[in-house]
Write a protein that binds this ligand. Structure first.
Ligand SMILES: C[S@@+](CC[C@H](N)C(=O)[O-])C[C@H]1O[C@@H](n2cnc3c(N)ncnc32)[C@H](O)[C@@H]1O
Ligand code: SF4
Length: 368
């Protein structure tokens, strides 16, 4: 295996956005060719993650620990959530600003009733690559309807094949078999290739990574190992709970030799590795030890219409107020452009072991 070397924190010259983007400017430009909207570090806006709910039926220890998300936790009310029509309208505007890929997420997106109706609305936007991240608990029942509505691919989170370990990590005693059935159902209806996300937490599941890789090797599904991140403020994150990407790769390579593969597209967060015997590939998302802020082209829309530039943001920009206050598409495009063009965050590249600062927004709210 070629040794992975951490990407240096690239500090690029900070250039101001070429002109202040007004809603009028965007409308004019889109008539001729789509504008390239970039932030202060010259990163284009290409991806949008849409959270459709802040609720979840799991209490993964690294995301929604039970002591912070107990029975009395105040989740968003129904009238606070963006309607499907509001989400689709915003998605069309994001698309006109250069977004090419939309990921539906949450919380657990499949808890949102009639989600396939939203999928249908988003799938009808020309040129959008539409996908979803789910914990897979409801996928067996919903895969066909999602596919028929126009969903193309799916990412399923699955931290371990060991039932005890999996139940301990989701912390609601959910059996691994049911997630595997969901993956099977998704594959059968063609929601492929399927990505399998496994968060690795030291002392919890690193001893089960090899069986996970073995299980999906040769199936066409791609397991992506994710370094445990310091998102939110309630998961009690510690640096020594992170299993570095290098260590994960060495573990895999020792049994199943791998070699690096080219990124599929600019800004891809997972580093890709293929098995030398041609039996497939894996990915590693080393957001702690190998930060990729310099290539981040991702905006996040919360379930109540707050726009965030960064997973580690401490505040967002309210789009729901504009939507419900009668704002035009041009007003909304102007607001989004203003937020993106002013962006200069690169949290992971400058994070310290202390991760001090104002409390960060939880990932289950923000949309992971
Ligand atoms: C917040 S979840 C939302 C979608 C869905 N509920 C699921 O679990 O797939 C999105 C992704 O974020 C990952 N995630 C959550 N907390 C994390 C953390 N602290 N570090 C790294 N990844 C995390 C999850 O494993 C999942 O793959
Ligand atoms: S990672 Fe996904 S499944 Fe787990 S608690 Fe967070 S939102 Fe729920």
């Amino acid at each position: 295996m070629r040794r992975w070397t951490s990407s240096p924190s690239r500090t690029r010259p900070v250039r101001p956005f070429p002109c202040r983007v007004t809603s009028a400017a965007i409308v004019n430009v889109t008539r001729t060719r789509p504008p390239v909207l970039t932030d202060k570090l010259q990163r284009p806006l290409r991806d949008l993650r849409i959270s459709v709910t802040d609720r979840c039926n799991f209490r993964c220890v690294y995301c929604m620990p039970k002591d912070a998300f107990g029975r009395d936790h105040a989740f968003l009310g129904r009238d606070q959530l963006l309607s499907f029509e509001e989400i689709a309208r915003l998605a069309r505007i994001f698309s006109s600003l250069g977004v090419k890929k939309v990921r539906i997420t949450g919380g657990e997106p499949l808890l949102r009733r009639d989600l396939e109706r939203l999928v249908g609305m988003l799938a009808s936007i020309p040129g959008l690559d539409l996908t979803m991240t789910t914990n897979g608990s409801l996928l067996a029942e919903k895969a066909r309807a999602l596919r028929e509505a126009g969903l193309r691919r799916v990412t399923v989170s699955l931290d371990s094949l060991d039932d005890d370990v999996f139940r301990a990590m989701n912390d609601v005693d959910f059996p691994v078999e049911r997630v595997l059935s969901g993956i099977e159902a998704a594959a059968q209806v063609g929601l492929a290739p399927i990505k399998i996300n496994a968060v690795v937490k030291r002392g919890m599941n690193e001893h089960t990574l090899l069986p996970l890789a073995r299980h999906f090797r040769g199936t066409g599904h791609v397991v992506r190992f994710i370094e445990y991140m310091d998102v939110g403020h309630s998961n009690g994150w510690r640096l020594d709970h992170v299993v570095p990407a290098d260590e994960i790769l060495s573990m895999i390579d020792a049994e199943m030799p791998i070699e690096p593969a080219e990124p599929s597209y600019r800004g891809e967060v997972a580093s890709r590795w293929r098995y030398r015997d041609g039996s497939g590939e894996i990915g590693v998302i080393g957001s702690v030890t190998q930060p990729f802020c310099h290539g981040c082209s991702r905006a996040r829309l919360s379930a109540e219409g707050q726009l965030f530039n960064c997973l580690f943001a401490t505040s967002g920009q309210d789009l729901r107020g504009l939507l419900r206050g009668g704002g035009s598409d041009g007003d909304l495009a102007g607001a989004i452009s203003g937020v993106w063009s002013g962006r200069q965050d690169r949290y992971s590249e400058i994070r310290s072991a202390q991760t001090a600062g104002p409390p960060r927004i939880e990932m289950s709210y923000l949309g992971g």
